[in-house]
Design a protein around this ligand. Structure first.
Ligand code: SF4
Length: 339
């Protein structure tokens, strides 16, 4: 990816709060801040990895970008015909052509495909909905899409149950490609697959990116999955991005203690590595009742008094390396030693 390619997507201070309703009358008694002020951009042809434990808000962020959830606040800008437009201000009708350009690949290839539809029906559905092809042309396009993802076109009349997990994910990828999108939100696309199939699927996504000029927001729950596919990586914790940098920079030189802990969990061939793994105490706190100050402080091995009362500012510590930690300058955190 060319480092100064134009920005395709820019998210500014995105928030999504879900109300907590209790009692017989479903009164609103609180709120869950699933996404709590997230900002980032993705350049054309780039892959941005968005990583964090389950419940950190990464999937909600992806869905707000696609307008599958209505954000509580913030802006989502997308490049259309050379101009950036805030898609949250568009009507449903105005949004329709943009929907073709923004697609999603789901996590679970077992539940995301309708078991009563054939592969032909599944992959052709977006083309039929948008009235882009019919008859022999429709069939030819589905054949082409299946071949692009490494499936046999003669299997288009089969149902999803006849395929393995990896093959089903390829069907989901073919469907996402049908409208020739520019941006694909990959929502943990390999986490439900066997380890042996994960690498093949990641390689396929990389090949398709080059072939179709795609831009990816790649959501994952650990840093190992996005290590090779991402140009830049954003680490998310409890509704906020806590660090964002070029992949090669973040893996070698993390500036946030949470990134350091996630990096230490990546399995490596280094025999000493097991002893270096940093186990985070406790679970991710509830986003309905987040800790004060730095939200990571109850689990942070470097916590100081200020961390408990003041939220750290989001700042660019070195070129294109952003972090939110009071102690980022003084901590000498451990990344991956590739030597
Ligand atoms: Fe840890 Fe304090 Fe940095 Fe938060 S601000 S990550 S608690 S050192």
């Amino acid at each position: 990816m060319e480092s100064k390619a134009p920005i395709l997507l820019e998210v500014k201070n995105l928030k999504k709060h879900f109300p907590i309703k209790t009692g017989l009358f479903r009164r609103v008694t609180g709120q869950v801040s699933a996404v709590d002020g997230v900002s980032f951009f993705i350049r054309e042809g780039e892959t941005l990895g968005l990583v964090g434990e389950s419940g950190c808000g990464k999937t909600t962020t992806g869905r707000c970008i696609l307008r599958a959830h209505a954000p509580t606040a913030g802006e989502v800008w997308f490049r259309k015909d050379g101009e950036m437009v805030n898609i949250l201000e568009l009507s449903t009708q105005e949004m329709k052509p943009l929907r073709r350009e923004m697609q999603i690949i789901f996590q679970d290839p077992f539940s995301s495909l309708n078991p009563r539809m054939t592969v032909m029906d599944i992959v052709s559905e977006p083309l039929r909905i948008h009235k882009l092809a019919q008859g022999a042309e429709l069939k030819a396009q589905v054949r082409e899409l299946l071949e692009a993802v490494g499936l046999k076109a003669q299997h288009m009349n089969r149902y999803p149950y006849a395929f393995s997990g990896g093959q089903r994910q390829r069907i989901g990828i073919a469907r996402a490609l049908a409208l020739r999108p520019r941006l694909i939100v990959c929502d943990e696309p390999v986490s439900a697959l066997d380890v042996s199939v994960q690498a093949q699927t990641l390689n396929l996504l990389e090949d398709l990116q080059k072939e179709f000029g795609l831009t990816y927001l790649f959501i994952a729950h650990d840093l190992s999955v996005v290590e090779h596919i991402s140009d830049r990586v954003a680490v998310m914790y409890l509704g906020n991005i806590v660090e964002l940098a070029k992949a090669e920079e973040l893996y070698v030189n993390p500036l946030h203690p949470y990134s350091e802990a996630l990096l230490s969990a990546i399995p490596r061939t280094d025999p000493d590595h097991i002893s270096k793994r940093l186990i985070l105490p406790g679970d991710v706190p509830s986003p309905a009742n987040p800790p004060s100050g730095c939200k990571f402080h109850p689990r942070c091995r470097y916590v100081e008094a200020i961390c408990q009362t003041e939220a750290p500012a989001w700042r660019e510590l070195c070129e294109e390396h952003w972090v939110a930690c009071h102690r980022a300058e003084e901590l000498n955190l451990t990344g991956i030693d590739y030597n």
